[in-house]
Design a protein around this ligand. Structure first.
Ligand SMILES: Nc1nc2c(ncn2[C@@H]2O[C@H](COP(=O)(O)OP(=O)(O)OP(=O)(O)O)[C@@H](O)[C@H]2O)c(=O)[nH]1
Ligand SMILES: [Mg+2]
Length: 280
């Protein structure tokens, strides 16, 4: 039996969460076209006969300027240190950045690179990219499209083959290793991101207040940085928030219902006290 952790890392927006969801065949991690969607290390457990693979979704490796960005980077570094191997995800449409080169330098011969979004480029354009990557002697290089589910099975098999021998770490029921109250708050954030623009997504954080796992109704507070953002989330006559609530409840399959409230936490992305409170 093989079991272990794979830290999935890469720049923001390259499709790390999308690939993880494709491998797990479920919508377990938050995906959006916004930058820095993933904020917490989400551990998604993928099982096969004789394999338990834990894919650790991490925040994108981009340096932002606020306190939040610094904390997100620390999360990713910690997860890379703790994992059995790293899957570095690159975007087929973008040239390598300095930071990506730095991460590639830090990888070892057991680690794997996936070039994602190959549906967006001409196959010939991948040749120079692969030649460039040959500079780093890593375990494998794969091509993938999370969107079209191409290369996903191959990627899963390669990662599984590189896991160490070991016993399962989770009980067979667990699909995601994240406290339930944080998981519910992330689902609310996931549904809220849909249709938002500009700086609003970055300014949203969701928290379950008064957690009681016996209660059917879960109160979730949606924090934004500015009063103007509050109205955007609530929508005309509360329509936007109601539609978010319906979609969240559907995803929770009747096990829980959420009650949503929007509050302003001024400039929380730059406030270390707030970041502590938000467990970021
Ligand atoms: N065309 C195309 N789009 C993709 C593919 N994979 C992901 N995307 C899109 O790219 C965007 C970013 O995807 P995510 O999975 O959220 O990216 P991420 O790397 O997890 O981003 P962060 O969490 O911000 O670090 C979304 O709009 C996805 O739908 C792909 O293979 N092809
Ligand atoms: Mg992500």
């Amino acid at each position: 039996m093989r079991s272990g952790f794979v830290a999935v890392v890469g720049r923001t927006n390259v499709g790390k969460s999308s690939l993880i969801n494709a491998i797990a065949e479920a919508r377990l991690s938050t995906v959006s076209w916004h930058k820095n969607t993933t904020r917490r290390a989400v551990r998604v457990i993928v099982r096969e006969p004789e394999v338990e693979m834990v894919l650790v979704d991490t925040p994108g490796l981009d340096v932002g300027r606020d306190q939040l960005a610094a904390r997100l980077f620390a999360v990713t570094e910690g997860e890379m240190d703790g994992a059995d191997l790293t899957l570095m995800v690159l975007d087929a449409t973008k040239p390598l950045s300095d930071r990506e080169r730095g991460v590639l330098d830090s990888l070892s011969s057991k680690d794997v690179v996936a070039i994602n979004k190959i549906d967006l480029v001409h196959p010939m354009s991948l040749l120079p990219r692969l030649q460039e990557l040959a500079h780093w002697s890593l375990a494998e290089y794969l091509l993938a499209s999370a969107k079209r589910r191409e290369g996903v099975v191959e990627l899963r098999d390669v990662l599984a083959a590189h896991l160490p021998e070991g016993d399962p770490m989770y009980d067979p029921e667990t699909k995601v290793d994240l406290p339930l109250r944080i998981w519910i708050a992330e689902i609310v954030r996931d549904e809220l991101l849909d249709g938002l623009r500009d700086e609003v997504p970055h300014s949203i954080e969701c928290r379950v207040v008064d957690w009681d796992d016996e209660a059917e109704e879960v109160p979730v507070v949606i924090f934004v940085e500015r009063t103007s953002q509050k109205g955007i989330l609530i929508g005309e006559g509360g329509a936007r928030l109601r539609s978010v609530r319906r979609r969240v409840n559907r995803r929770l399959r009747g096990r829980f219902r959420v009650r949503l409230q929007v509050k302003v936490a001024k400039e929380w992305t730059r406030d270390s006290r707030r970041l502590d409170e938000f467990e970021l």
